[in-house]
Ligand binder design. Structure first.
Ligand SMILES: [Mg+2]
Length: 389
């Protein structure tokens, strides 16, 4: 089996006006992603995804160009089953043979960001190919699944204090979720405004639903501490990205200041960055994004670090189908996973881009049994929304 073609597209799907929401990222009118297709000489097709924006509206011209014109050509003729070897080749660049022989990394200067987003897309597609070529789901290749369904949490929550209770209760009505996440931070006029929204949410949900908050990294350390103090009676299950991801020491200070578990990691890439978060005792829950952190291979390594440090693991899955289904495979196989992120914002990059129905019932999501990542791309939707670059 050899890699024959590598093709990436910037896919941009409009979000209908009635389903758009506004946050600190602004009003999102489209869902954008870099979608990758790798085909082998015997006709097996694997799908991947790379990401350079946490919100769904990123711009993907550069990443797609990189995949098509720089990364792709290094893959032609390679055995797609050499997944870790290809990962290290792309990460270590011209020194990859020296690094492989020496047994340690010698990464290229640009060892984060777009470089690892491109590696992520390739890695995800290669796992899809390996599963399809063997006729087994990816979780089987990662060591098996711990359950055939896993708990999912409803991710959304942008409304004002007056409306947030109804919004979160509508999520529970739609999928029976036992846990929900709302947004706080810079979208509000100050920590007291966010805290009032959290108070209203807890009042509407009652004590038995897990409630999480996500600040998208927009507080200062001082304001994150103020916020924790203001919400200490509302039993938060986690406080996500309290401060800028480039302030790991600040994150550790926020964690030490209160009794709310800290979650972070969607802005981090590679096992090395997560090792630092663990050693600094900055977070309780790792949230790597498979399309940004380095793919399925790297997310599993990050899950192993979480487990070794007695932390937990809840991948960031606000994403398109290749990334989301990767998350299902990873959560099924990782000992540190416990809940799957399920976006309640409009997500055509999952629901329209695949032929399959993706849904949560009784708060649980199915781990697919189908070979590879477990979805079938709707190629007409992809073609209709691929940007002409
Ligand atoms: Mg987040």
């Amino acid at each position: 089996m050899r890699i024959k073609t590598v093709q990436a597209w910037w896919v941009r799907i409009p979000i209908e006006a009635s389903r758009q929401h506004r946050s600190d990222f602004g009003r999102l009118t489209t869902f954008d992603a870099a979608i990758l297709r790798i085909e082998t000489n015997d006709g097996i097709v694997g799908w991947g995804e790379g990401k350079n924006a946490a919100g769904s509206a990123g711009t993907y011209g550069t990443l797609v160009h990189m995949l098509n014109h720089e990364v792709g050509r290094q893959l032609i003729g390679r055995d797609p089953a050499d997944i870790s070897t290809i990962w290290e080749m792309l990460y270590n660049g011209t020194r990859h043979e020296t690094a492989a022989a020496s047994g340690h990394a010698m990464p290229e200067l640009a060892r984060r960001g777009l470089s690892v987003a491109a590696i992520s897309a390739v890695d995800i597609a290669l796992w899809d190919i390996l599963g399809k070529s063997l006729g087994v789901p990816v979780w089987k290749l990662l060591g098996g699944r711990k359950a055939d369904r896993l708990p999912a949490y409803a991710s959304g929550g942008w409304e004002t204090a007056e409306k947030i209770g109804d919004q979160l209760r509508s999520y529970i009505a739609s999928g029976g979720f036992k846990s929900v996440k709302m947004r706080v931070g810079a979208m509000d006029a100050g920590p007291h405004v966010s805290a009032a929204r959290v108070r209203a949410a807890r009042k509407a949900l009652g004590p038995s639903v897990d409630l999480m908050v996500d600040a998208h990294g927009t507080y200062t350390v001082a304001d994150a501490k103020r916020f924790i103090q203001l919400v200490q009676d509302f039993d938060l299950a986690w406080f996500e990205e309290p401060v800028n991801a480039d302030d790991k020491y600040g994150m550790a200070e926020v964690r030490a200041a209160g009794n709310v578990p800290i979650a972070a990691g969607e802005s981090e890439a590679t096992r090395f960055a997560f090792r630092d978060l663990a050693v600094l005792r900055a977070v309780d829950i790792f949230q790597p994004d498979p399309a940004f952190c380095g793919g399925i291979t790297e997310a599993m390594r990050i899950g192993a670090i979480a487990s070794a440090f007695n932390l937990r693991f809840a991948p960031h899955l606000w994403a398109g189908a290749p990334c989301f289904f990767s998350g299902l495979q990873i959560c099924a196989a990782s000992p540190a996973s416990f809940v799957v992120e399920y976006s309640l914002g409009a997500n055509p990059m999952v629901h329209d881009l695949v032929e399959d129905t993706v849904a949560v019932k009784d708060g649980m999501i199915e781990i697919p049994d189908r070979p590879g990542l477990g979805f079938t791309i709707n190629e007409r939707v992809l073609e209709n929304h691929a940007q002409r670059l």
